[in-house]
Design a protein around this ligand. Structure first.
Ligand SMILES: C[S@@+](CC[C@H](N)C(=O)[O-])C[C@H]1O[C@@H](n2cnc3c(N)ncnc32)[C@H](O)[C@@H]1O
Length: 272
C-alpha cells in the first residue's frame, strides 16, 4: 500500500475508532503493514476496497481495532524519567507507605513494569527494608502479556538499562536475556482494556506512557485520565510519556517538582 493511500485511510478510520491520527503519524509504517496484511487475508487489493468493506461490514471494525495498538517499548525507556523516579518519586512514596503498589497501564511485553521492579530491588529496596513493593502490568493484547510473563528479551530491549542492573537482574538463555525468577515474581500481569476495565486495588504510582495521551482521541484521553485518577491514591504519582501532555482540564494533578512527565495527585481527593 502506498504511504499516501495508507495515510488517507488512517485519517479516515482512526477517528472512527476513538484514535488520533497525529499519534500514529510517526508509527504509521507499522500500522500500514498490519492493514496491508489484513487486506491480503481478505483478498482486498487497495485501501479504497478496504474502506468499502468496513462501510459494508460493521464486524470488520473489530478486526481493524485489534490491529491498531502499537506495542513498541524497551527497558528504562526515557532514562531521565526513571532517573527522576529513582531519585525523587519512589523514595517520597516509600517514606509514607508500608507497601508500594504500582501499575503500568499499557505495559506491552513487560519492559516498563519490570524496569520498575529492577529499579526498586537494585537501587532502593535496601534503603526501605520494611516496604513491600508490587507492580501490576496491564495491556489489551494477550499475546504481549504471554511474552511479558516469560520475561525474556533480546539485547536491544535492554540497552538503556544501567549495565550493572542488566548483569544482576538477567540471566543469559541462548540469544535471550531472561529476568531472574525473584524479580519476575514481583510483577503480575492482567489483560485489560483501559477504557473498559480497571484493577480492583488502588495505587501509589501509575505509569500510563505512550498510550492514552498519544493514541486516544481527546474524549478517550480524558476518560482514561479520570479512570486512572479513580485508582490513584491522593498524593500518589502519575507518569506519562516524555512527549505527552495531560488532557485539560487535569484537575487534581500538579507537576512533581523537578521531575519531567510526572504528576502528583492532589493530597486531598478532588473526585466526587
Ligand atoms: C506504545 S506501547 C507503550 C508501552 C510502554 N507503556 C512504554 O511506554 O514503553 C502501548 C501499549 O498499549 C497497549 N494498548 C493499546 N490500547 C490499549 C487499551 N485500550 N488498553 C490497554 N492497553 C492498550 C498496546 O497493546 C501497547 O502494548
Amino acid at each position: 500500500m502506498k504511504d499516501a493511500d495508507c495515510v488517507a485511510f488512517l485519517q479516515w478510520a482512526l477517528p472512527r475508532l476513538g484514535l488520533r491520527w497525529a499519534g500514529y503519524r510517526q508509527v504509521r509504517r507499522r500500522a500500514c503493514k498490519r492493514m496491508a496484511r489484513r487486506m491480503r487475508e481478505l483478498g482486498i487489493a487497495d485501501a479504497a476496497g478496504y474502506r468499502a468493506r468496513l462501510e459494508a461490514d460493521p464486524a470488520e471494525w473489530r478486526a481493524l481495532a485489534a490491529l491498531c495498538p502499537i506495542p513498541i517499548s524497551r527497558f528504562y525507556r526515557d532514562r531521565e524519567v526513571f532517573d527522576g523516579l529513582g531519585a525523587e518519586v519512589l523514595p517520597a512514596l516509600a517514606r509514607r507507605a508500608q507497601r508500594l503498589e504500582c501499575w503500568s497501564a499499557g505495559c506491552a511485553s513487560g519492559e516498563e513494569p519490570y524496569t520498575l521492579a529492577v529499579q526498586w530491588r537494585l537501587q532502593l529496596a535496601a534503603r526501605f527494608p520494611g516496604v513491600a513493593f508490587r507492580v501490576l502490568g496491564t495491556d489489551i493484547d494477550a499475546r504481549l502479556l504471554e511474552r511479558a510473563r516469560a520475561g525474556c528479551y533480546g539485547a536491544g530491549s535492554l540497552e538503556a538499562l544501567p549495565a550493572a542492573w542488566r548483569e544482576q537482574a538477567f540471566e543469559q538463555r541462548g540469544r535471550l536475556r531472561c529476568l531472574r525468577a525473584p524479580l519476575r515474581r514481583e510483577v503480575e500481569f492482567a489483560r485489560q482494556d483501559l477504557l473498559a476495565a480497571l484493577p480492583e486495588r488502588e495505587f501509589d504510582l501509575v505509569l500510563c506512557r505512550n498510550l492514552a495521551f498519544t493514541y486516544f482521541d481527546a474524549a478517550g484521553a480524558r476518560r482514561a485520565l479520570e479512570r486512572i485518577a479513580s485508582r490513584l491514591r491522593p498524593g500518589g504519582a502519575l507518569v506519562i510519556g516524555l512527549h505527552e501532555n495531560l488532557p485539560a482540564p487535569a484537575a487534581g494533578f500538579e507537576p512533581w517538582p523537578g521531575c519531567r512527565a510526572v504528576f502528583r495527585r492532589s493530597p486531598v481527593s478532588t473526585s466526587s
